[in-house]
Design a protein around this ligand. Structure first.
Ligand code: NAD
Ligand code: UD1
Length: 342
Protein backbone atom coordinates (compact mmCIF):
# COMPACT_ATOMS: atom_id res chain seq x y z
CA UNK A 1 0.00 0.00 0.00
CA UNK A 2 0.95 3.62 -0.49
CA UNK A 3 0.34 5.19 2.92
CA UNK A 4 0.35 8.74 4.28
CA UNK A 5 1.33 8.79 7.95
CA UNK A 6 0.32 12.04 9.66
CA UNK A 7 2.36 12.68 12.80
CA UNK A 8 4.86 10.14 11.49
CA UNK A 9 7.84 11.88 13.09
CA UNK A 10 6.43 11.29 16.58
CA UNK A 11 6.97 8.46 19.04
CA UNK A 12 4.38 5.95 17.81
CA UNK A 13 4.37 7.25 14.24
CA UNK A 14 8.10 6.72 13.68
CA UNK A 15 7.96 3.13 14.97
CA UNK A 16 4.96 2.51 12.71
CA UNK A 17 6.74 3.98 9.66
CA UNK A 18 9.59 1.54 10.32
CA UNK A 19 7.28 -1.49 10.56
CA UNK A 20 5.30 -0.46 7.45
CA UNK A 21 8.46 -0.08 5.37
CA UNK A 22 9.82 -3.39 6.70
CA UNK A 23 6.61 -5.00 5.47
CA UNK A 24 7.05 -3.56 1.99
CA UNK A 25 4.66 -0.58 2.09
CA UNK A 26 5.45 2.86 0.69
CA UNK A 27 5.35 5.58 3.34
CA UNK A 28 5.14 9.40 3.28
CA UNK A 29 4.80 11.65 6.31
CA UNK A 30 2.86 14.86 7.01
CA UNK A 31 3.92 16.48 10.29
CA UNK A 32 4.33 20.03 11.57
CA UNK A 33 7.11 18.86 13.94
CA UNK A 34 5.50 20.68 16.88
CA UNK A 35 6.48 17.78 19.15
CA UNK A 36 9.17 16.03 17.11
CA UNK A 37 12.00 16.52 14.64
CA UNK A 38 13.36 15.07 11.39
CA UNK A 39 15.80 12.86 13.30
CA UNK A 40 13.60 9.79 13.96
CA UNK A 41 12.64 9.64 10.29
CA UNK A 42 16.27 10.05 9.24
CA UNK A 43 17.04 7.03 11.42
CA UNK A 44 14.14 5.03 9.96
CA UNK A 45 15.54 5.77 6.50
CA UNK A 46 18.97 4.51 7.58
CA UNK A 47 17.53 1.41 9.24
CA UNK A 48 15.48 0.48 6.18
CA UNK A 49 17.71 1.87 3.44
CA UNK A 50 14.76 3.80 2.07
CA UNK A 51 13.64 7.37 1.53
CA UNK A 52 10.58 8.84 3.22
CA UNK A 53 9.00 11.90 1.58
CA UNK A 54 8.26 14.31 4.44
CA UNK A 55 5.77 17.17 4.09
CA UNK A 56 5.98 19.81 6.79
CA UNK A 57 2.49 21.14 7.44
CA UNK A 58 -0.47 21.28 9.77
CA UNK A 59 -3.32 18.78 9.53
CA UNK A 60 -5.80 21.61 10.14
CA UNK A 61 -4.69 23.39 6.99
CA UNK A 62 -7.18 22.15 4.37
CA UNK A 63 -5.13 23.42 1.39
CA UNK A 64 -1.95 21.70 2.57
CA UNK A 65 -3.80 18.47 3.32
CA UNK A 66 -5.55 18.51 -0.07
CA UNK A 67 -2.35 19.14 -1.96
CA UNK A 68 -0.37 16.44 -0.09
CA UNK A 69 -3.17 13.89 -0.52
CA UNK A 70 -3.81 14.73 -4.17
CA UNK A 71 -0.15 14.61 -5.19
CA UNK A 72 0.66 11.45 -3.24
CA UNK A 73 -2.03 9.17 -4.73
CA UNK A 74 -2.33 7.39 -1.39
CA UNK A 75 -4.64 4.48 -0.84
CA UNK A 76 -4.51 4.65 2.96
CA UNK A 77 -3.84 7.07 5.81
CA UNK A 78 -2.70 6.48 9.36
CA UNK A 79 -3.58 9.57 11.35
CA UNK A 80 -1.33 10.02 14.39
CA UNK A 81 -0.98 13.80 14.28
CA UNK A 82 -2.42 15.19 17.49
CA UNK A 83 -1.80 16.58 20.93
CA UNK A 84 -1.57 14.05 23.75
CA UNK A 85 -1.11 15.57 27.19
CA UNK A 86 -4.06 15.15 29.52
CA UNK A 87 -2.83 17.85 31.90
CA UNK A 88 -2.05 20.37 29.14
CA UNK A 89 -5.52 19.81 27.69
CA UNK A 90 -7.08 21.39 30.79
CA UNK A 91 -5.07 24.59 30.12
CA UNK A 92 -5.70 24.60 26.36
CA UNK A 93 -9.04 22.84 25.72
CA UNK A 94 -9.74 24.74 22.51
CA UNK A 95 -6.34 23.92 21.06
CA UNK A 96 -6.92 20.23 21.85
CA UNK A 97 -10.31 20.21 20.13
CA UNK A 98 -8.92 22.13 17.20
CA UNK A 99 -5.94 19.85 16.54
CA UNK A 100 -7.46 16.52 17.54
CA UNK A 101 -10.98 16.96 16.22
CA UNK A 102 -10.83 19.58 13.44
CA UNK A 103 -7.48 18.15 12.29
CA UNK A 104 -9.05 14.70 12.01
CA UNK A 105 -12.11 16.08 10.20
CA UNK A 106 -9.90 17.96 7.73
CA UNK A 107 -7.78 14.91 6.91
CA UNK A 108 -10.69 12.46 6.74
CA UNK A 109 -13.07 14.68 4.73
CA UNK A 110 -10.35 15.40 2.18
CA UNK A 111 -9.57 11.67 2.02
CA UNK A 112 -13.23 10.90 1.23
CA UNK A 113 -13.37 13.64 -1.41
CA UNK A 114 -10.29 12.20 -3.12
CA UNK A 115 -11.51 8.61 -2.95
CA UNK A 116 -8.88 7.41 -0.47
CA UNK A 117 -10.23 4.18 0.91
CA UNK A 118 -8.91 3.70 4.45
CA UNK A 119 -7.99 5.65 7.55
CA UNK A 120 -6.61 4.33 10.83
CA UNK A 121 -6.98 6.71 13.76
CA UNK A 122 -4.99 7.05 17.02
CA UNK A 123 -7.63 7.04 19.71
CA UNK A 124 -7.05 6.39 23.37
CA UNK A 125 -8.31 4.36 26.30
CA UNK A 126 -8.89 7.71 27.92
CA UNK A 127 -12.28 7.81 26.09
CA UNK A 128 -13.51 5.30 28.69
CA UNK A 129 -12.82 7.50 31.72
CA UNK A 130 -13.34 5.73 35.03
CA UNK A 131 -14.81 2.27 34.64
CA UNK A 132 -16.07 0.09 37.47
CA UNK A 133 -15.29 -3.25 35.88
CA UNK A 134 -12.09 -4.58 34.37
CA UNK A 135 -11.09 -5.52 31.73
CA UNK A 136 -12.68 -2.79 29.60
CA UNK A 137 -14.44 -3.97 26.40
CA UNK A 138 -14.98 -1.65 23.43
CA UNK A 139 -18.72 -1.45 24.14
CA UNK A 140 -18.18 -0.05 27.63
CA UNK A 141 -19.84 3.36 28.02
CA UNK A 142 -17.51 6.20 27.06
CA UNK A 143 -17.06 8.93 29.67
CA UNK A 144 -13.88 10.94 29.12
CA UNK A 145 -12.73 13.04 32.06
CA UNK A 146 -10.48 15.55 30.27
CA UNK A 147 -10.62 17.83 27.21
CA UNK A 148 -8.02 15.50 25.67
CA UNK A 149 -10.30 12.48 26.10
CA UNK A 150 -13.30 14.46 24.84
CA UNK A 151 -11.39 15.53 21.74
CA UNK A 152 -10.46 11.92 20.93
CA UNK A 153 -14.04 10.75 21.38
CA UNK A 154 -15.31 13.62 19.22
CA UNK A 155 -12.78 12.68 16.51
CA UNK A 156 -13.97 9.05 16.61
CA UNK A 157 -17.54 10.29 16.12
CA UNK A 158 -16.52 12.51 13.21
CA UNK A 159 -14.95 9.48 11.53
CA UNK A 160 -17.99 7.29 12.16
CA UNK A 161 -20.23 10.03 10.70
CA UNK A 162 -18.12 10.21 7.54
CA UNK A 163 -18.16 6.44 7.24
CA UNK A 164 -21.98 6.46 7.56
CA UNK A 165 -22.15 8.89 4.66
CA UNK A 166 -19.66 7.03 2.49
CA UNK A 167 -19.73 3.26 2.93
CA UNK A 168 -16.69 2.67 0.68
CA UNK A 169 -14.58 4.65 3.17
CA UNK A 170 -13.22 2.38 5.91
CA UNK A 171 -12.03 3.49 9.32
CA UNK A 172 -10.33 1.94 12.32
CA UNK A 173 -10.42 3.66 15.68
CA UNK A 174 -7.57 2.16 17.70
CA UNK A 175 -7.90 2.84 21.41
CA UNK A 176 -4.39 2.59 22.78
CA UNK A 177 -3.83 1.73 26.42
CA UNK A 178 -0.31 2.63 27.73
CA UNK A 179 2.30 2.57 24.94
CA UNK A 180 5.85 2.24 26.30
CA UNK A 181 9.33 1.03 25.40
CA UNK A 182 11.44 1.64 22.35
CA UNK A 183 12.73 -0.13 19.26
CA UNK A 184 15.06 -2.97 20.25
CA UNK A 185 17.94 -1.38 18.28
CA UNK A 186 17.97 1.56 20.69
CA UNK A 187 17.75 3.93 17.73
CA UNK A 188 14.08 4.93 18.07
CA UNK A 189 12.26 5.81 21.28
CA UNK A 190 10.18 8.31 23.19
CA UNK A 191 11.71 11.76 23.54
CA UNK A 192 9.38 13.86 25.70
CA UNK A 193 10.14 17.56 25.99
CA UNK A 194 10.83 18.82 29.51
CA UNK A 195 10.09 16.75 32.59
CA UNK A 196 8.31 13.53 31.53
CA UNK A 197 4.78 13.26 32.91
CA UNK A 198 4.49 9.52 32.36
CA UNK A 199 5.89 6.70 34.43
CA UNK A 200 8.25 4.93 32.02
CA UNK A 201 10.27 7.86 30.64
CA UNK A 202 10.55 9.33 34.14
CA UNK A 203 11.72 6.02 35.58
CA UNK A 204 14.39 5.74 32.86
CA UNK A 205 15.71 9.18 33.76
CA UNK A 206 15.83 8.35 37.44
CA UNK A 207 17.87 5.25 36.57
CA UNK A 208 20.16 7.44 34.45
CA UNK A 209 20.70 9.81 37.37
CA UNK A 210 18.89 12.77 35.78
CA UNK A 211 16.32 12.81 38.61
CA UNK A 212 16.95 11.73 42.19
CA UNK A 213 13.94 9.48 42.78
CA UNK A 214 10.73 8.15 41.33
CA UNK A 215 7.61 9.25 43.13
CA UNK A 216 5.10 6.42 43.34
CA UNK A 217 1.73 8.14 43.25
CA UNK A 218 -0.14 6.21 45.92
CA UNK A 219 0.26 2.76 47.45
CA UNK A 220 -3.20 2.51 48.95
CA UNK A 221 -5.24 1.67 45.86
CA UNK A 222 -7.38 -1.49 45.94
CA UNK A 223 -4.90 -3.28 43.64
CA UNK A 224 -2.52 -6.21 43.88
CA UNK A 225 0.07 -4.23 45.86
CA UNK A 226 -1.64 -0.88 46.40
CA UNK A 227 0.02 0.89 43.45
CA UNK A 228 -1.74 1.90 40.22
CA UNK A 229 -2.36 -0.79 37.60
CA UNK A 230 -2.23 -0.16 33.82
CA UNK A 231 -2.13 -2.11 30.57
CA UNK A 232 1.35 -1.39 29.16
CA UNK A 233 2.00 -2.28 25.55
CA UNK A 234 5.34 -2.27 23.74
CA UNK A 235 5.39 0.45 21.07
CA UNK A 236 6.50 -2.03 18.38
CA UNK A 237 3.51 -4.29 19.15
CA UNK A 238 1.33 -1.18 18.94
CA UNK A 239 2.91 -0.25 15.60
CA UNK A 240 2.05 -3.72 14.32
CA UNK A 241 -1.59 -3.24 15.35
CA UNK A 242 -1.78 -0.45 12.73
CA UNK A 243 -0.50 -2.81 10.07
CA UNK A 244 -3.13 -5.35 11.17
CA UNK A 245 -5.88 -2.72 11.08
CA UNK A 246 -4.94 -1.67 7.54
CA UNK A 247 -4.99 -5.24 6.32
CA UNK A 248 -8.37 -5.88 8.00
CA UNK A 249 -9.78 -2.79 6.25
CA UNK A 250 -8.23 -3.90 2.96
CA UNK A 251 -10.09 -7.22 3.13
CA UNK A 252 -13.47 -5.51 3.18
CA UNK A 253 -14.77 -1.95 3.68
CA UNK A 254 -15.87 -1.59 7.26
CA UNK A 255 -15.68 0.30 10.52
CA UNK A 256 -13.47 -1.03 13.31
CA UNK A 257 -13.06 -0.05 16.93
CA UNK A 258 -10.32 -2.01 18.68
CA UNK A 259 -8.72 -1.76 22.07
CA UNK A 260 -4.96 -2.11 21.73
CA UNK A 261 -3.30 -3.37 24.87
CA UNK A 262 -2.08 -6.69 26.17
CA UNK A 263 -5.08 -7.28 28.39
CA UNK A 264 -2.72 -7.59 31.35
CA UNK A 265 -2.72 -5.21 34.31
CA UNK A 266 0.71 -4.35 35.73
CA UNK A 267 1.33 -2.25 38.83
CA UNK A 268 3.85 0.55 39.30
CA UNK A 269 5.73 -1.57 41.86
CA UNK A 270 5.88 -4.48 39.39
CA UNK A 271 7.33 -2.17 36.73
CA UNK A 272 10.03 -0.92 39.07
CA UNK A 273 11.00 -4.49 40.08
CA UNK A 274 11.08 -5.63 36.45
CA UNK A 275 13.30 -2.68 35.56
CA UNK A 276 15.69 -3.35 38.45
CA UNK A 277 15.82 -7.08 37.74
CA UNK A 278 16.33 -6.65 33.99
CA UNK A 279 18.90 -3.86 34.06
CA UNK A 280 20.58 -4.50 37.42
CA UNK A 281 20.11 -0.81 38.27
CA UNK A 282 18.58 0.28 41.54
CA UNK A 283 15.74 2.82 41.15
CA UNK A 284 15.30 5.05 44.22
CA UNK A 285 11.57 5.39 44.90
CA UNK A 286 9.42 7.27 47.37
CA UNK A 287 5.70 6.84 47.93
CA UNK A 288 3.80 10.10 47.46
CA UNK A 289 0.15 11.12 47.49
CA UNK A 290 -2.13 9.88 44.76
CA UNK A 291 -1.92 12.00 41.60
CA UNK A 292 -5.10 13.97 41.02
CA UNK A 293 -7.33 12.38 38.39
CA UNK A 294 -5.62 8.97 38.53
CA UNK A 295 -7.62 5.79 38.71
CA UNK A 296 -6.70 2.55 40.47
CA UNK A 297 -6.81 0.19 37.50
CA UNK A 298 -7.18 0.26 33.75
CA UNK A 299 -6.66 -2.66 31.41
CA UNK A 300 -8.17 -3.77 28.14
CA UNK A 301 -10.40 -6.57 27.03
CA UNK A 302 -8.52 -7.50 23.85
CA UNK A 303 -10.90 -10.21 22.66
CA UNK A 304 -12.09 -8.20 19.67
CA UNK A 305 -8.72 -7.38 18.08
CA UNK A 306 -7.50 -10.94 18.57
CA UNK A 307 -10.69 -12.40 17.06
CA UNK A 308 -10.85 -9.99 14.13
CA UNK A 309 -7.15 -10.01 13.19
CA UNK A 310 -3.99 -12.08 13.34
CA UNK A 311 -2.40 -9.48 15.61
CA UNK A 312 -1.03 -10.61 18.95
CA UNK A 313 1.23 -8.71 21.34
CA UNK A 314 4.61 -10.45 21.42
CA UNK A 315 6.68 -8.35 23.80
CA UNK A 316 6.48 -8.81 27.55
CA UNK A 317 7.24 -6.45 30.40
CA UNK A 318 10.93 -7.41 30.49
CA UNK A 319 11.28 -6.46 26.79
CA UNK A 320 9.55 -3.14 27.44
CA UNK A 321 11.91 -2.11 30.24
CA UNK A 322 15.03 -3.56 28.57
CA UNK A 323 14.32 -1.66 25.33
CA UNK A 324 13.44 1.49 27.25
CA UNK A 325 16.78 1.33 29.04
CA UNK A 326 18.76 0.66 25.85
CA UNK A 327 17.15 3.72 24.23
CA UNK A 328 17.83 5.86 27.32
CA UNK A 329 21.47 4.70 27.58
CA UNK A 330 22.28 5.21 23.90
CA UNK A 331 20.42 8.54 23.67
CA UNK A 332 20.80 10.31 27.01
CA UNK A 333 19.65 13.58 25.40
CA UNK A 334 17.02 12.00 23.18
CA UNK A 335 17.15 12.84 19.49
CA UNK A 336 18.90 16.15 20.09
CA UNK A 337 21.99 14.63 21.68
CA UNK A 338 25.44 14.88 20.11
CA UNK A 339 26.32 11.21 20.44
CA UNK A 340 23.27 9.85 18.66
CA UNK A 341 23.80 6.58 16.82
CA UNK A 342 23.33 6.61 13.07
P1 NAD B 1 3.90 12.44 19.56
O1 NAD B 1 3.67 13.81 20.10
O2 NAD B 1 5.24 11.85 19.73
O3 NAD B 1 3.53 12.41 18.00
C1 NAD B 1 2.52 13.22 17.45
C2 NAD B 1 3.07 13.83 16.17
O4 NAD B 1 2.05 14.65 15.60
C3 NAD B 1 4.29 14.71 16.41
O5 NAD B 1 5.30 14.41 15.49
C4 NAD B 1 3.75 16.13 16.20
O6 NAD B 1 4.75 17.00 15.71
C5 NAD B 1 2.63 15.88 15.20
N1 NAD B 1 1.57 16.90 15.24
C6 NAD B 1 0.93 17.38 16.32
N2 NAD B 1 0.03 18.30 15.95
C7 NAD B 1 0.09 18.39 14.59
C8 NAD B 1 -0.61 19.15 13.63
N3 NAD B 1 -1.55 20.06 13.98
N4 NAD B 1 -0.31 18.97 12.33
C9 NAD B 1 0.65 18.09 11.95
N5 NAD B 1 1.35 17.36 12.83
C10 NAD B 1 1.07 17.50 14.14
O7 NAD B 1 2.77 11.50 20.19
P2 NAD B 1 2.64 9.92 20.14
O8 NAD B 1 2.85 9.41 21.50
O9 NAD B 1 3.39 9.36 19.01
O10 NAD B 1 1.06 9.82 19.86
C11 NAD B 1 0.56 9.69 18.55
C12 NAD B 1 -0.95 9.75 18.61
O11 NAD B 1 -1.42 8.71 19.47
C13 NAD B 1 -1.52 11.05 19.15
O12 NAD B 1 -2.68 11.39 18.41
C14 NAD B 1 -1.89 10.71 20.58
O13 NAD B 1 -2.96 11.47 21.06
C15 NAD B 1 -2.29 9.25 20.44
N6 NAD B 1 -2.14 8.50 21.68
C16 NAD B 1 -0.91 8.45 22.30
C17 NAD B 1 -0.76 7.75 23.48
C18 NAD B 1 0.57 7.70 24.19
O14 NAD B 1 0.61 7.28 25.33
N7 NAD B 1 1.68 8.08 23.58
C19 NAD B 1 -1.85 7.08 24.05
C20 NAD B 1 -3.08 7.14 23.38
C21 NAD B 1 -3.20 7.84 22.19
C1 UD1 C 1 -1.69 8.89 31.02
C2 UD1 C 1 -2.90 9.56 30.46
C3 UD1 C 1 -3.42 8.76 29.28
C4 UD1 C 1 -2.34 8.57 28.25
C5 UD1 C 1 -1.14 7.90 28.95
C6 UD1 C 1 0.04 7.68 28.06
C7 UD1 C 1 -3.90 10.59 32.44
C8 UD1 C 1 -5.06 10.60 33.39
N1 UD1 C 1 -3.92 9.64 31.50
O1 UD1 C 1 -2.10 7.62 31.47
O2 UD1 C 1 -4.51 9.44 28.68
O3 UD1 C 1 -2.82 7.74 27.21
O4 UD1 C 1 -0.72 8.74 30.03
O5 UD1 C 1 0.52 8.90 27.58
O6 UD1 C 1 -3.02 11.44 32.51
N2 UD1 C 1 3.00 7.05 38.09
C9 UD1 C 1 3.81 7.13 39.20
N3 UD1 C 1 4.85 8.01 39.19
C10 UD1 C 1 5.13 8.81 38.11
C11 UD1 C 1 4.29 8.72 36.97
C12 UD1 C 1 3.23 7.85 37.01
O7 UD1 C 1 3.60 6.42 40.19
O8 UD1 C 1 6.09 9.60 38.17
C13 UD1 C 1 1.90 6.07 38.07
C14 UD1 C 1 0.51 6.66 37.84
O9 UD1 C 1 -0.08 7.00 39.06
C15 UD1 C 1 -0.19 5.48 37.13
C16 UD1 C 1 0.93 4.80 36.35
O10 UD1 C 1 2.15 5.21 36.97
O11 UD1 C 1 -0.68 4.56 38.08
C17 UD1 C 1 0.97 5.17 34.89
O12 UD1 C 1 0.99 6.60 34.77
P1 UD1 C 1 1.25 7.31 33.37
O13 UD1 C 1 2.44 6.71 32.71
O14 UD1 C 1 1.26 8.77 33.61
O15 UD1 C 1 0.00 6.89 32.48
P2 UD1 C 1 -1.58 7.02 32.79
O16 UD1 C 1 -1.83 7.93 33.91
O17 UD1 C 1 -2.16 5.65 32.86
Amino acid sequence: MNILVTGGAGYIGSHTCLRLIEKGHQVSVLDNLCNSSHEPLRRVELMTNSQIPVFIGDVRDADTVASVLRDGQFDSIIHFAGLKSVSESFDKPTEYHDVNCIGTLTVARTAVQLGIKRLVFSSSATVYGNQDTMPIPENAPTAPTSPYGESKLAAERVLCGLQDECSSFSIANLRYFNPVGAHESGRLGEDPRGVPANLMPFLARVAAGVYRELLIYGNDYPTVDGTGVRDYIHVVDLADAHVAALSALQKRPRRITWNVGRGVGISVAQIVSAFERTTGINVPCRVAHRREGDIAESYADVTRITEESEWRPHKDLDSMVRDLWRWQSLNPHGYSGASTPT
